[in-house]
Write a new protein. Structure first.
Length: 368
């Protein structure tokens, strides 16, 4: 482990073991007081956790650090305050509406994972691995047996999964793919309604038919992607369903590409984001540019320069908000020390302004 990585880990104070797993601990950031989860997992999961860190998903705990220490990975991730579905099912009988809503949310959690190239397969969808936060949001946790799809491979190298939830291909009958997670979603949906697996007690009505389709023995007989499953669930719920074209997972991988302010779906954040974008646009469009004698520049040149300044400010906002994990790829902006990060943002802003000036200097004589 590099010295910089050791320093980053040292900024988290161990608060004790979480539950009965000695590899999972609660930690607190010494600088900002943030409570997180630290866990140690196989180094083979590096690519998966790096993807999760760089592609923020509102349905998955945010990954803050992914560091290799000797022969294992140390993951620092968001602490989810709430209960898992197994705990909730012991206290509460889920209605069909509630179970369908939760499954739809999980479909949306899986869109970006299944649409990654190559696809990421969770392989462990079960009640214990789905949290409902105190705010009522669905969070999919634990990717410790996830894997990337390998085209052309006949079956998985290692057979993993939870008995009852695991699809047949997880026991050597084929290679796991997105349809493996669909099998797990079907079992989970059934479990929420019956406290049992489909092979022992199938849910009633239309939901039961969806469960049957999810849990077919052959992968080709199941829903082929989570878009198809979500559409079936919405139809069961009575929603209007848009007909698909067959390529929906690729088209519908939306969450990782949502612009800052719209990634979590929080209404107040979206309102503030709209107000912020309007302000930035107004500010840039009302700028005036003059030549060395004090005269206003040609209106077309002004429009061009206003457009460049607007683009530069939007890029800076996306950088600060870590769009697509871009901020975490810049070492100085990954620092936990707030002053160092602030200095990094100042440098980044100055660089963007210089780039804008160079673009205007080079392009204006050519265009105007």
């Amino acid at each position: 482990m590099k010295l910089a990585e050791e320093y980053r880990l040292s900024e988290y104070k161990d608060m004790g073991q979480l539950n009965d797993n000695e590899k999972v601990h609660i930690v607190r950031n010494r600088i900002d007081g943030r409570i997180c989860v630290q866990k140690k997992v196989s180094v083979e999961l590096y690519a998966i956790y790096t993807f999760l860190m760089e592609n923020m998903n509102p349905y998955i705990p945010q990954i803050y650090e992914c560091l290799q220490k000797e022969n294992e990975l140390v993951i620092i991730e968001e602490y989810i305050d709430g209960k898992n579905l197994e705990e909730m099912s012991q206290e509460h009988q889920f209605s069909a509406k509630e179970a369908v809503e939760i499954t739809i949310e999980l479909c949306r959690a899986l869109y970006p994972l299944h649409n990654a190239r190559p696809s990421i397969i969770c392989r462990d969808l079960k009640a214990e691995n789905v949290m409902i936060t105190n705010e009522g949001k669905v969070k999919l946790i634990d990717f410790d047996i996830a894997r990337r799809y390998q085209p052309g491979k006949v079956k998985d190298t290692m057979m993993m999964g939870t008995e009852g939830y695991a699809a047949p291909e997880q026991f050597g009958f084929g290679q796991t793919d997105a349809r493996t997670d669909i099998y797990g979603l079907g079992v989970l949906l059934n479990y929420l309604l019956t406290h049992d697996f489909p092979t022992d007690q199938l849910a009633d009505g239309d939901v039961g038919e969806i469960v049957k389709h999810c849990t077919e023995m052959r992968q080709s007989d199941r829903y082929q992607n989570v878009f198809e499953l979500e559409n079936a669930l919405k139809k069961c719920r009575g929603d209007y369903v848009v007909q698909g074209t067959g390529n929906e997972p690729h088209i519908k991988s939306y969450d990782a590409y949502r612009i800052p302010g719209f990634r979590t779906g929080n209404i107040w954040k979206m309102i503030l984001a709209v107000a912020g974008y309007i302000f930035i646009t107004y500010f840039c469009l009302t700028l005036e540019f003059r030549d060395s004698s004090g005269e206003l520049l040609n209106i077309n040149i002004q429009r061009f320069e206003r457009g460049i300044i607007w683009i530069i400010h939007i890029i800076f906002i996306f950088l600060v908000c870590d769009y697509r994990g871009v901020r975490r790829r810049i070492p100085i902006l990954r620092q936990q020390n707030i002053l160092i990060r602030a200095f990094g943002y100042i440098i980044a802003y100055v660089i963007l302004i210089v780039v804008a000036a160079l673009i205007c200097t080079v392009m204006e004589p050519i265009l105007f």
